[in-house]
Write a protein that binds this ligand. Structure first.
Ligand SMILES: *Cc1c(COP(=O)(O)O)cnc(C)c1O
Length: 354
């Protein structure tokens, strides 16, 4: 730290992204990327729009919002486009929480929430998940805090029903409830259909997972137009050109070819079921996942050892040091052939442990 670094960031511990090593080719099952390439239309649109890079991108993302409104069944003034949904989470924390409206989220959830809270100097409460990692909805009823729920949750993959989300939103009318739906296309139930009914519901989504665009950085927030206006106040005070023109072009085509992506999601769901069964046969505890990953624990090898031994053999999965989950690993669902290799390699590692 230099002597010039602001005191206010003294205690800031930045988020650690999943590793992206370049030393050799790995089977990457560690950052929940899609194993499938974008649709051909997306690749073509990016190439075409490259000829217009001398111009600024459209700060309103008009075309993109029009397509999104169509796909998500909302109005164009009910969505804001952002540089990856991480950005809109940060904006939403800035916009809707402060010392008097502190944040509340689960103890086991997306690791960026506490980082954004600290960055913005917002106090937060971590609400413990139950022993089986499910949410106790009662912990969130009428708590007068700005609530953040990843649904499906990461890294557990577990989901709560729309009825439960509605109970939480309804019982906290003076606070915004942020529902992070990064994984909703893999089996969750979207809260988007409630935004006309509740003025305090803010839903976030991303093109990084189900729409094969992690490298393009495109996310969005969906809510009633007043909450969207608030986010735009923050966005236009930070970076109005937050979404670049190549990404806008890619996003428009991704939405126009939505069926392609939804088919891939179906395949991933099937591969997830297969992987879950195989892991259970090997004695793993596997949580019920509605996401493009599974969270699993072996009774024969520690989470860290399994992670390291797989890495030696060219397969990356995600390990977390956090006490409650340190014997679990988060395993992204890749293509079937990659999961076959993964299971075979896990078998070999367990054999060699005997
Ligand atoms: C991946 C992820 C995001 C953010 O994704 P972006 O790439 O920034 O759009 C947000 N929330 C959760 C729970 C995630 O896993």
């Amino acid at each position: 730290m230099s002597k010039f670094f602001s005191q206010k960031f003294n205690e800031l511990i930045p988020y650690t992204p999943g590793e992206q090593p370049q030393d050799k080719r790995y089977i990457k099952l560690n950052t929940n990327e899609s194993p499938y390439a974008p649709s051909d239309e997306v690749s073509k649109a990016v190439a075409d729009s490259a000829t217009k890079l001398m111009l600024y991108s459209d700060p309103e993302c008009k075309e993109l919002r029009k397509e999104a409104a169509n796909v998500f069944g909302i109005k164009e003034n009910q969505i804001v486009m952002v540089n990856g949904s991480d950005e809109v989470l940060n904006f939403a924390f800035m916009a809707f929480s402060d010392k008097d409206r502190p944040l509340a989220f689960a103890d086991i959830t997306y690791g960026f929430y506490p980082v954004f809270a600290k960055l913005n100097n917002i106090p937060y409460e971590e609400i413990k998940l139950k022993e089986d990692f499910s949410i106790d909805v009662n912990d969130y009823i009428g708590i007068n805090k700005t609530i953040v729920i990843a649904n499906p949750n990461a890294p557990t993959g577990m989901t709560i029903s729309l009825a439960d989300i509605e109970r939480i939103v309804k019982s906290n009318p003076n606070n915004v409830v942020i529902v992070d739906e990064a994984y909703v296309d893999f089996g969750g139930e979207s809260a988007i259909k409630l935004i006309d009914k509740y003025d305090n519901l803010f839903v976030t989504g991303t093109f990084s997972k189900s729409r094969s665009m992690a490298g393009a950085r495109l996310g969005f927030g969906i809510a009633n137009s007043k909450l969207i206006d608030d986010i735009n106040t923050i966005r236009y005070s930070t970076n109005p050109y937050n979404v670049n023109s190549l990404t806008i072009a890619a996003g428009v085509q991704a939405l126009k070819t939505n069926n392609y992506y939804m088919e891939k999601c179906k395949t991933i769901i099937e591969t997830r079921a297969w992987t879950t069964e195989e892991l259970k046969k090997l004695g793993f505890i596997v949580l019920d996942s509605c996401a493009n990953f599974v969270f699993a624990k072996s009774n024969k090898i520690s989470g860290k050892d399994l992670y390291l031994k797989l890495k030696e053999r060219g397969i990356l999965i995600r390990h977390f040091e956090k006490e409650r989950i340190k014997d679990f690993n988060r395993i992204t669902i890749g293509k079937k052939e990659d999961m076959v290799t993964f299971i075979k390699t896990v078998k070999e590692i367990l054999e060699s442990e005997k």
